[in-house]
Design a binder for this molecule. Sequence first.
Ligand code: MIC
Ligand code: SF4
Length: 748
Amino acid sequence: MAADQIKRLYESMPARLERARGRFGRALTLAEKILVSHADNFDKQEWSRGKAQLRLRVDRVALQDATGQMALLQFMQAGKKQVAVPSTVHCDHLIRAQSGAREDMERAISENREVYNFLHSASKKYGIGFWKPGAGIIHQVVLENYAFPGGLMIGADSHTPNAGGLGMAAIGVGGADCGEAMAGLAWEVLDPKLIGIRLTGKLSGWSSAKDIITYLCGLLTVKGGTNKIIEYFGPGAETISATGKGTICNMGAELGATTSLFHFDDHMAAYLRATDRGDQAALAEAHRMHLVGDPEVLADPKKYFDEVVEINLSELEPHIVGPHSPDRARPVSRLAAEVKKEGWPTAIKASLIGSCTNSSYEDMRRAAHIATQALKAGLKAKTPFLVTPGSERIYQTIKRDGIMSTFEQIGGTVLANACGPCIGQWKRSDVGTNEVNTIVSSFNRNFPGRNDGSAATMSFLTSPEIVTALAFAGTLEFDPVNGTIPGPDGRPFRFTAPEGEELPTRGFAKGEEGFEAPAADGDRIEVQIPPDSERLQLLQPFPRWDGRDFTALPILVKTKGKTTTDHISPAGTWLRYRGHLDKISDNMFLGAVNAFTGEAGKGINPVTGETGKTFTQVARDLKARGISWIVIGDENYGEGSSREHAAMSPRYLGAKVVIVKSFARIHETNLKKQGILPLTFADPKDYDQFERSDRVSVTGLALLAPGKPVEVTIQKADGQTVTIKCLHTLTEEQIGWFKAGSALNALK
Ligand code: MIC
Ligand code: SF4
């Protein structure tokens, strides 16, 4: 981000903040400062936490290669010549980890040529910065190059909040939101509630930034952050590196938070300087008072936040979460007992560090510190040890500083600078399919099936240093803090606590940066989409609403329990089709557990009664008969990723309505954008009313209005009917999207 754009923002802040203080009659938190200084029209804007719909102007948009394809295809439908805000595309998700960085990269470039050519040509044409495969993972590259204190950005990836480590409000959204912001529209979001996290004390010994967020995951749960911004402050915050702050904000996505952020401090300034942005550091220092919460807020946070949590970092123990959900948390010291009680496999089959969550220099240093101790003692890693550097800069620096060779000496493999095993792009040959096994990583997400495509893999998440120590023990029963493992001579070996500087003393090394600027004259560039492609498909607008109520819709699926986007639209091998709506729709609900049968991914055809078919096969059959359908879901439906395929595939194959106990924020918006009606039960117990052969009607749609409940009638097989009340959060404008068939149709 150019320093003059940041300067303009900072200079406009004092007056805007004064007006906001006047209007609200009180001091402001940092999150509020950022929101009000990015309001599309501050005076017309209604402000009411948890109620108002904010219209904001973002400073920047970031796309990655998996969700970015749909974002660009949608942007193209808007017919603009150039993007209206600075935007970048990052090629990171499509690189499969198999045999090490070099070979994996070569394979990826040839396998994904079509998609890369599309992203590259579209970037060049429309004025978007393009980061080639191998340049790094979107959030790490954004932190190193674009994030800045006080800024507002959106990204088509749920871990966009990583930039909160530099004091930016960075929010994960669906591709349609990005496409619209790039087309010049204001971006909308529900005015979030605010959680304040006051940190005191200081991290020491084995405890690291990761433990703050894994601890909070246990405390607040995966839906505890929905429609909320989490703001960190207090004396403890000032002891954490900028990249450590990034880790915490990154994984705030696991709480469902709109975003997370820290107040500007000297660690951020140091990081900006280390990444060649001394001018931005100086600007932020000069405007420091606008980039932190007001003093009144710091003095009495309970008055300003909807909820305040205090954490004393001096008392925080290292934590580990899993399996299968990031909120299954406990201190590492209590893991062994729980593993035994639950009967989980204790042997660790693979240890992985890095990813967008934890690949800072500090992380790598601390992990290498552990590895070096073990090497000196003559120990070898007992499990494969995979390292995913977040960016080329990190890769070159750990190579120069001997960290990589330490990892290689313990038998580790350094993978490409990409998502790899974190998103299921991991070709694993050491365990059979459906073989129950345990892995540990420093990643952020651990839903079943995520890393290696196998739901039988139990994935635990913790800090890179704990992962490294566990790799030498090979078992979950080891507590690196208090326990010992047998040394080569049979005598017990004990690790000492990890150490590592937060920034490289010699500065970051640089390799091939992998950035390509857009063309000076985009008009002459043609976007490359081969007509016969099985990976890319131009979008056809979804049909408009025909003005009629939905009557007697069959239930395609009633999901039971966790229904994340990984259940609705799995990634892994399916990443291949992220630019081809028809093809990718074959994965629809493959991971969802059918509440009627207990089976995952398969349903009973409500018309023919045929069994054993995937939900997609059933939906395609219904679609061919001209029958639309509905989805019933459980709690926090659509948690996880920002991928809008989880809304587009159902829409494409005939879903009209999704009724659930509660939604995750990004997914609910994605459904609205694609023209599906997202409803919640007024009484969550009504979930139990729905049976396999029911037909469902949603009536009064012509009178759909903000805040007005909707009537849903369930017709039972015996002819009886039950009418229940459902709620929605559609605004006037969003009702317009529903009527137009999609937000994009409404735009045109
Ligand atoms: C993820 O971490 O789940 C992903 C893969 O980065 C997704 C985006 C995607 O599905 O492409 C996300 O978090 O939004
Ligand atoms: Fe990539 Fe994993 Fe980060 Fe998502 S969470 S951006 S898949 S590294």
